[in-house]
Design a protein around this ligand. Structure first.
Ligand code: C2E
Ligand code: CA
Ligand code: CA
Length: 970
């Protein structure tokens, strides 16, 4: 059995009495612990002498202390604890500091450590002795010896503190009592509950126990920042309140400051190395209570016979309530003694350690006791402790928040990092002077520079000089807070230039712009593609000229400007005359070559500020924007007409082409693009309808014509009644036999005051007004009657060819009109030929073909007139019931000039023959033409060379002279 007696020392006499009373001097194995408070050396020495006198066999260890524990309460007097053992052997050792503390520890084990040694009770005089190393030395042999104890501490006025045994005393050393014996049961425990608080720091300079720098600053400066002046000035003692928590192998070790060195570095209780991370530790009251309650519950079940606590002064100060109550609970188990220390020693053989803010507990028994039943462990906290708890809670929560925040910052920083590092776009930042201060890997990859070649340099060094002004402007706008986007060509280190789309955004910190972020993407391919698309969408592939869409945009744009500057613009529409025929007979390839050369020629003579566009096929447009007036326009249109007329040569042959021009002027002919273009286009149609190779101005020429038309229409209405119309006859001969084969009726209008009017002028008017039905019917009847008369009086046997306009032909009664004319005149149908133009095919082709078939069924001959000027191709003719094909006179007349017209005439006549049609060449004016036509295989001819269209009397005379055919063979 182990038994303890506790005694508050007053004087020698009463001590003698106490010892006698309890028979303490009877026991051979006696451990005496003396906790002497702040007693000076003389008092301690007196106590030593006294004890040695009355208890010569007792083993004494003692030390100065700051609060002594007796029977569960704290007193300031000297406390003596006597523990008697039945079988356990007690020995003691005082070790003065010499050499390394570790060696002292090794030495201790060597001297006191027996095979049955169960525990060492160790008191150290000062923290700065290297207590941790001492303990490491003790545990080195690997004995499972429990260590408990405490560090004495500085007394007021820097008086030294002492540790002592029976005979020795030192202010620089350790005293140890060893407890050995098989019967001894040890119950030990350490309560040290450190909670991490504040940021994690990295040790950046250290050597052994000397900590030189944390996070690159002197530790004292860091401590001053985080823990304040009071803490720093109270070092090293204050270190036990907030030690460093060193992270080592999944463990957090409390490391204390032992000494502050003059240069601001500190000496630590543990050795540290550079790269170690530390944070601050503080005690968590709740955890402390929890641990103590656990320990007490165990003691209740397995009570010890006696026990000691070496408790931290900081616990007494900061959690006094808890400390007081826990002491009284302990005392309910068995007599308790101990003292308040400045560092607690605890743990077993494997890992004894120096602790702080902790409780080192040692329970001893030599026999087993019954569990204690009537003991309540219920900590009652005073409001003061509650505040402490709340503060602890607050610190804990705040700490958690900070951790979370730091983690979030870390996460978002990682997000940002990966956005920066893994971006395939290059990303950079510059300072306010435009100098690079960060670059992502893609930047280096894109341009082939190393980081060092770029960092610190102005971004302007890497772009073309001509872009500098623009880039600077974007930079300043971005600094103003406006996001900037722009394209920029940038050369790589190797000189390869690419196009980049750059985005600049300001970097703002605390509402202030501190730099610019730039993000760039290579858009070379996209830009090239866009260019191609634009080219395709806006430009004509063959001539590279703006197409219809682009041209409209150009006109739009210039109208906006002209509006502001009150200027005139002119739009010209150009259309090649007879171009369709060139395409059909010579092939599209030749057509394309001609179009290309034509566009170049026109482009060549256009003045500055003029735009040429290709509207469609052989239709071009010109926009004149500079010095636009009547004179300049007519000068330019004249130039165009002339340059187009110059011969084209292809494969050694020459071609002639002409063009029709329609002109519209802004603003009088249209204030909007659409109006202006439409009007210029209708002017072009007028120009075409007037035979081509000329220019028509929208309003000027057209209006004149309109007034004239209105007037003419009124007169034309009465022309039939007034017998102002008459027919002129033009003979058609067989080229081979030179005999008369037919004659064409050509209408004439003899106006009393205007004179003879050409059908070219009034027929279109008659068509527009619908008068053509009456007029056409009249011509038909008159022509049939006349031929019947000639046949009847044997004046000739030939066919009569009557022109039928499209509108007339399409009239539902037309077939009827023809039948009527034949009936009235009695002319056999085969003597009548109807001349149709290609335009009749433009409307409802199937109905037209049906009508033609009905006419052919009557026996009437059908001719296609002015062939080659329209839009039909030769190939469709075979579907029509045609007998005669009349080559337009323009081909015949151009033939002499080695033009493509020879080829055209040749192919028309060949084709006509293949389709079993007679081919008539119109407008034959020279014997040469006639000769050529003969060679080309043309059947019939008509033209001034033979006879001009003649009034009736003249025709009668002609007929008398003419060699007449007896058989109508067409
Ligand atoms: P078209 O049917 O092509 O008529 C031939 C035109 O060529 C006539 O013009 C004729 O005078 C002219 N001509 C004949 N030989 C020569 C020549 O060697 N050299 C030149 N330079 N010209 C020649 P015209 O009489 O002025 O008639 C013009 C057009 O008016 C006709 O062209 C025809 O389309 C139309 N036309 C005439 N009479 C009628 C008619 O009764 N009804 C309809 N619907 N249209 C008619
Ligand atoms: Ca005709
Ligand atoms: Ca004709």
């Amino acid at each position: 059995m182990v038994k303890s007696f506790q005694y508050i020392y007053n004087d020698e006499h009463s001590l003698n009495q106490f010892i006698q009373e309890h028979g303490i001097d009877q026991y051979p194995s006696l451990l005496i612990q003396a906790f002497v408070g702040d007693s000076p050396l003389a008092v301690i020495k007196g106590l030593q002498r006294h004890i040695n006198r009355i208890l010569p066999r007792g083993t004494l260890i003692g030390c100065n202390s700051n609060g002594q524990v007796i029977g569960g309460s704290i007193v300031s007097e000297i406390v003596l604890s006597f523990t008697i053992f039945e079988v356990t052997v007690i020995e003691s050792l005082l070790q003065e500091r010499s050499g390394s503390s570790k060696q002292l520890g090794q030495q201790l084990t060597g001297v006191l450590g027996q095979s049955d040694t169960k525990a060492f009770i160790v008191f150290a005089s000062h923290l700065h002795l290297g207590v941790q190393e001492f303990l490491e030395g003790v545990s080195e042999r690997g004995d499972e010896i429990v260590i408990a104890g405490g560090v004495s501490s500085d007394l007021p006025d820097k008086r030294p503190t002492y540790v002592f045994t029976n005979d020795e005393i030192t202010s620089e050393g350790f005293v140890t009592a060893s407890l050995s014996g098989e019967e001894l049961k040890i119950h030990s425990h350490s309560i040290e509950e450190w909670q991490e608080v504040g940021p994690v720091f990295t040790i950046t300079k250290a050597k052994g126990n000397i900590l030189g720098e944390i996070n690159h600053v002197k530790p004292i400066r860091l401590l001053d920042t985080y823990l304040g002046e009071r803490f720093v000035s109270a070092l090293p003692d204050s270190s036990i309140e907030f030690p460093f928590l060193l992270r080592r192998e999944n463990e957090k070790v409390a490391v204390y400051i032992m000494n502050v060195l003059p240069d601001g570095s500190v000496e630590l209780s543990h050795g540290v190395t550079e790269g170690d991370t530390v944070s601050f530790g503080f005690v968590d009251v709740r955890d402390s209570i929890r641990s103590t309650t656990k320990l007490l519950s165990r003691l209740k079940r397995h009570p010890v016979e006696t026990h000691f606590v070496y408790n931290c002064v900081a616990r007494r100060r900061y959690i006094r309530d808890v400390t007081n109550q826990e002491l009284s609970f302990f005392n309910q188990v068995s007599p308790l003694t101990g003292f308040f220390s400045y560092g607690e020693l605890g743990g077993t053989g494997g890992k004894p350690k120096l602790m702080a803010h902790s409780l080192s507990y040692l329970g001893l028994s030599e026999s087993v006791r019954e569990p204690i039943r009537d003991m309540k462990i219920d900590f009652q906290l005073t409001p003061e402790a509650d505040v402490m708890m709340s503060l602890t809670h607050l610190i804990n929560t705040a700490e958690k928040d900070i951790k979370e925040l730091t983690q979030n910052i870390q996460i978002s920083e990682e997000y940002y990092r990966s956005l920066f590092d893994n971006n395939t776009d290059f990303v950079y930042s510059t300072d306010l002077n435009g100098r690079f201060n960060s670059l992502n890997p893609s930047f280096m990859k894109t341009f082939g520079y190393t980081r060092e070649e770029i960092l610190g340099k102005s971004a302007l060094n890497f772009i073309r000089e001509e872009d500098a002004v623009r880039v600077r402007r974007h930079f300043y706008r971005a600094m103003d807070g406006r996001e900037q986007y722009y394209d920029l060509p940038i050369a790589s280190k190797k000189g390869e230039v690419n196009f980049f789309q750059i985005k600049n955004i300001p970097i703002t910190v605390d509402g202030k712009c501190v730099g610019i972020f730039g993000i760039g993407r290579n858009v070379t391919k996209e830009r090239q593609f866009e260019k191609k698309i634009t080219q395709l969408a806006y430009y004509d592939g063959e001539t590279d000229l703006p197409n219809k869409m682009k041209f409209r945009e150009i006109v739009d744009e210039h109208i906006q400007r002209a509006k502001k500057k009150k200027r005139q613009l002119a739009v010209l529409f150009l259309d090649m005359d007879r171009f369709k025929m060139i395409n059909d007979t010579l092939g599209h390839f030749v057509g394309d070559v001609i179009i290309k050369e034509l566009s170049q020629r026109i482009q060549g003579i256009l003045p500055k500020g003029a735009y040429l566009g290709r509207f469609s096929g052989d239709k071009f447009t010109v926009l004149l924007t500079k010095e636009v007036n009547g004179t300049t326009i007519s000068g330019i249109t004249q130039d165009i007409l002339e340059t187009v007329q110059a011969p084209f040569s292809y494969q050694g042959k020459e071609f002639y082409i002409s063009v029709s021009i329609g002109a519209g002027i802004y603003p009088q002919d249209g204030e909007e693009t659409a109006d202006l273009l439409r009007n210029a286009d209708s002017a072009l149609n007028w120009a075409k309808s007037k035979g081509g190779n000329n220019t028509v101005y929208f309003s000027r020429d057209m209006e004149e014509e309109i007034t004239r038309k209105v007037e003419m229409e009124a007169h034309l209405r009465r022309a039939i009644e007034k017998q102002e119309l008459f027919i002129a006859f033009q003979p058609i001969i067989n080229i081979q036999s030179q005999s008369l084969i037919g004659c064409e009726s050509l209408l004439r209008w003899q106006h009393p005051s205007w004179g003879l009017i050409s059908p070219g002028e009034f027929i279109p008017l008659a068509e527009e007004t619908g008068l053509i039905h009456d007029i056409g019917k009249w011509v038909l009847v008159e022509s049939c009657i006349q031929l019947k008369e000639w046949i009847d009086r044997d004046a000739g046997k030939f066919y009569i060819s009557v022109n039928v306009s499209a509108r007339q032909f399409q009239h539902p009664t037309f077939l009827n009109d023809v039948e009527e004319a034949l009936a009235i005149s009695g002319l056999p149908a085969e003597y009548l030929c109807l001349e149709l133009t290609e335009t009749i095919m433009l409307h409802d082709a199937s109905r037209t073909i049906d009508a033609m078939k009905s006419l052919a069924d009557l026996g009437v001959k059908l001719a296609i007139d002015d062939f080659g000027t329209g839009y039909s191709s030769l190939s469709y003719l075979k579907h029509l019931p045609l007998h005669i094909l009349k080559i337009d006179r323009s081909f015949v007349q151009n033939m002499s000039d080695h033009t493509p017209d020879v080829a055209i005439v040749q192919s028309i006549s060949t084709m006509g023959k293949g389709l079993n049609m007679k081919v008539v060449a119109e407008g034959v004016e020279t014997p040469g033409q006639l000769e050529l036509l003969k060679q080309l295989g043309c059947d019939f001819a008509q033209g001034f060379l033979i006879e001009r269209p003649m009034p009736l009397e003249k025709m009668n005379t002609f007929l008398t002279k003419m060699h007449l055919v007896t058989n109508l063979d067409i």
